[in-house]
Design a protein around this ligand. Structure first.
Ligand SMILES: Nc1ncnc2c1ncn2[C@@H]1O[C@H](COP(=O)(O)OP(=O)(O)OP(=O)(O)O)[C@@H](O)[C@H]1O
Ligand SMILES: [Mg+2]
Length: 287
């Protein structure tokens, strides 16, 4: 089966920002979390995937379909949720279906109504009277009711309380459970990744820092601690997010770069949020 999403060497320039050779692959049947700081390039990447922003170079395929040449066919496979609601405020939940079903050839009313029930969304409520979490659920209900095989979400969990967040992530896990559907979602929240992501792509200043399985990410880096004397210039270049302490230094290092270091260094496997914190501190050299 072809991959749900392949992004190869995507390049895009704004006056003050560049996506540089962004590449990653989401296999069908899995959830990928797309994570990076504010301004790292997540939304820009998503806009390029959706052909809402023009790229300078590279290739993007959705289930093997080119996102520009085969745009119409590719979009049949896609559902998108941004973090702002795009339904008219005064619509009632039941009117949302009437207003938008005509846009989708594979709209399934039964599925939509079963999601409304599952999410406890009252058909008579107006869009403007829904809470933030309920609005997100309404957008998800629509996104999951028209036969799409790839769901793309830009920060679906931002602004949700922890309970609503966990609920939403469980919905996404259920959605991919059959093995034919896939989810790509951006987030700042590391616990989202721990809870729901099979794959993680980390973006920093428009470049991919890591892409692969969640377990692979944890096995890719080590937290290193040592004394001041041990911090040679050569080692300094390899350390990500270096911090000097009164007794020595600490930072993060790629597993490959830690090979052959003397046993006097302390090396430990990091948590996902430690990895993100070290990346945000900087000092990154790309391979
Ligand atoms: N239309 C545009 N014109 C010029 N610059 C833009 C445009 N859209 C985005 N940018 C710039 O591209 C950079 C990346 O923005 P992007 O929205 O992709 O970041 P992000 O990772 O989604 O951040 P956040 O976590 O805050 O949503 C930013 O510096 C932003 O100012
Ligand atoms: Mg964004």
């Amino acid at each position: 089966m072809s991959n749900a999403l392949e992004v190869k060497e995507l390049n895009k320039s704004y006056p003050d920002f560049k996506l540089q050779d962004v590449s990653f692959t989401l296999p069908t049947g899995y959830i990928m979390g797309f994570v990076g700081q504010n301004g790292a390039g997540k939304t820009t990447t998503i806009r390029c995937i959706l052909n809402m922003a023009t790229r300078k170079g590279g290739e993007i395929t959705i289930f093997g379909l080119d996102n520009i040449k085969d745009e119409l066919a590719a979009k049949q496979e896609l559902a998108v949720v941004f973090d702002e609601i795009f339904f008219v405020d005064t619509w009632r939940v039941k009117e949302v279906e009437k207003a938008i079903r005509g846009f989708y050839s594979q709209w399934d009313s039964g599925i939509y109504n079963s999601y409304l029930e599952k999410f406890d969304l009252s058909p008579t409520k107006k869009v403007k009277d829904l809470s933030r979490g309920m609005k997100m659920k309404l957008m998800l209900a629509v996104a999951m009711s028209h036969g799409a095989k790839l769901l793309i979400l830009d920060e679906p969990t931002s602004g949700l309380d922890p309970v609503a967040r966990d609920e939403l992530l469980d919905i996404l896990k259920d959605y991919v459970a059959g093995g034919e559907k896939s989810v790509f979602f951006s987030t700042h929240i590391t616990s989202d990744l721990e809870r729901a992501a099979d794959y993680i792509t980390l973006i920093d200043h428009g470049k991919i820092f890591y892409t692969g399985t969640k377990d692979g990410l944890l096995e890719h880096f080590l937290i290193i601690k040592g004394s001041k004397e041990e911090l040679t210039d050569e080692l300094r270049k390899k350390i990500i997010g270096l911090a000097a302490t009164s007794s020595g230094f600490n930072g993060m290092i790629r597993v490959g770069d830690a090979k052959g270091l003397p046993a006097s260094f302390s090396l430990e496997q990091p948590e996902i949020d430690e990895i993100l914190v070290h990346i945000s501190k900087g000092g990154i050299s790309y391979e």
